[in-house]
Ligand binder design. Structure first.
Ligand code: ADP
Length: 463
């Protein structure tokens, strides 16, 4: 393929909160001018003030709809001569139509192609691609389930427990565990109607439900010329209701051989798919060390920070350089091959949210009367709207700040995290800080002996 590098002068971030600010920082370091868009409800949000230019979008629309308004965002981008749009995560990040409309308007979408977004947005198609690439997948149905008979047939062959998943599901939603045949019909009906209302499509499929696996995911970066490398793995097993809460890079409980196999499987899959830009391949790993593909996230992830800490590679800047047309080996990126990526130390990320652990993690809202963060050597903070006087609104997700710690060893990184979490002083709104403190000093966490059911099965975390 012909090499054409087009430097960006101006980048718009079609997002809000911490990830918008994170992307502005990356752009500014690269000498790129930044453009924010913000909703009416976000007039006082920090991301608006952290960009070189900021424009109101979605007037008269809802708080979420503003950030989903493809045509309005493109209008701003064109009017202010933006070269490229970074979608962050959430909102339009996995909307193939948005990526396509950017292309049509001559604006570069900083991410994979619309076809790849489409393929990996559908878990059934993603599974088909994994099978084609020779990646182990969890035994499951190849096509969407059309009838109860098909579901029963699968259950007879594989046995229980099973998990019914929405093809277009995400964010831990659209999944239903089935433990016996008398639950199957009801679960299938509910899964389909939930899939329809949440994702606009009734397609569901069935997988064997794995008891107590670990969630291990591999960060991939690939340029437009077929060069693909991995930045090692993250262990995202500490989850609440299938949503990640604490992440660790690299995983401290994978034997070296298994780590290599998983990372190589991820590379092979993304190469087979012809994937470009940053993406993550997610796996479940059983206690017997079998690993299985679950999905690909074709975007930057919340937990990319810890991979940056252990590899020294700025993933967001790499995304931008790739979108400009650079090859991985160009000096702008400077990765000559896999051998150049050498992980150093261990990093842990905690998602500090305004959720109240004492009230079943109900999101709290209001004004931050006091906000002081922890810090110090080896601590990275990615803050959305954490400052004294900030209003925490009910409109958006409850992530307040991401705290990442880095140290030479896992135990030091965990101690550093605990010390930092304790330094925070937040008043006016409840947070999950006390719960996170319990997690990072729990013996099972410190031993690396945790799986995706750790929180559900460890009542002393709630004390
Ligand atoms: P989402 O797209 O909503 O994040 P994923 O497919 O990535 O959904 O799964 C999220 C989490 O759900 C996994 O990390 C794991 O904890 C659980 N999960 C998904 N599939 C299975 C399965 N077949 N068996 C056991 N747990 C599963």
């Amino acid at each position: 393929m012909d090499r054409q590098v087009k430097r960006f002068n101006k980048v718009l971030v079609a997002n809000r909160g911490e990830i918008a600010i994170r992307i502005f920082q990356a752009c500014t370091e690269l000498g790129i001018r930044t453009v924010a868009v913000y909703s009416e409800q976000d007039q006082a949000s920090l991301h608006r003030f952290k960009a070189d230019e900021a424009y109101l979008i979605g007037e008269g629309k809802g708080p979420i709809e503003a950030y989903l308004d493809i045509e309005k965002i493109l209008e701003v981008a064109k009017r202010y001569q933006v070269d490229a749009i970074h979608p962050g995560y959430g909102f339009l990040a996995e909307n193939a139509q948005f990526a396509r409309r950017c292309q049509e308007e001559g604006i570069i979408f900083i991410g994979p192609t619309p076809d790849h977004i489409h393929m990996f947005g559908d878990k059934i198609e993603a599974r088909a691609m994994a099978i084609k690439a020779g990646t182990p997948v969890i035994p499951g149905t190849i096509e969407p389930i059309q009838s109860l008979q098909e579901a029963m047939q699968f259950a007879r062959e594989q046995g229980y427990p099973l998990i019914i998943k929405a093809a277009l599901g995400g964010g831990g939603r659209g999944m239903r565990i089935v433990r016996s045949s008398d639950e199957l019909e009801d679960a299938l009906d509910r899964a389909r109607s939930e899939a329809k209302s949440a994702f606009g499509n009734t397609a569901v499929y069935i997988e064997k439900y794995l008891e107590r696996p670990k969630h291990i995911e591999v960060q991939i970066i690939a340029d437009q010329y077929g060069n693909t490398v991995h930045l090692f793995e993250r262990d995202c097993s500490v989850q609440r209701r299938h949503q990640k809460l604490v992440e660790v890079a690299p995983s401290v409980s994978l034997p070296e051989e298994l780590r290599n196999s998983i990372c190589n499987a991820a590379i092979q899959l993304m190469k087979e798919a012809g994937y470009c830009n940053a993406g993550t391949v997610e796996f479940l790993v059983t206690p017997e060390h079998q690993f299985y593909f679950i999905e690909v996230n074709p975007r930057v992830q919340v937990e990319h920070t810890i991979t940056e800490l252990i590899t020294g590679i700025d993933i967001v800047q790499t995304q931008i350089r790739i979108a400009e047309g650079n090859a991985l080996s160009d000096p702008e990126i400077g990765i000559d091959g896999q051998h150049e990526i050498i992980p150093n130390g261990v990093a842990i990320q905690c998602r500090v949210t305004t959720e109240d652990p004492a009230r079943n993690f109900l999101p709290d809202t209001g004004r931050l009367l006091a906000y002081r963060s922890g810090g110090g050597f080896g601590i990275r903070l990615d803050t959305g709207n954490g400052y004294p006087g900030a209003i925490i609104s009910p409109h958006y997700d409850s992530l307040l700040v991401k705290v990442s710690s880095w140290a030479k060893t896992y135990s030091q990184a965990a101690k550093k995290m605990h010390r930092t979490l304790r330094e925070f002083r937040i008043r006016g709104v409840k947070t999950n800080l006390p719960f996170l403190e319990n997690v990072v000093q729990h013996q099972d966490f410190l031993n690396g002996q945790y799986d995706t059911m750790f929180i559900e099965c460890t009542p002393d975390l709630f004390e």
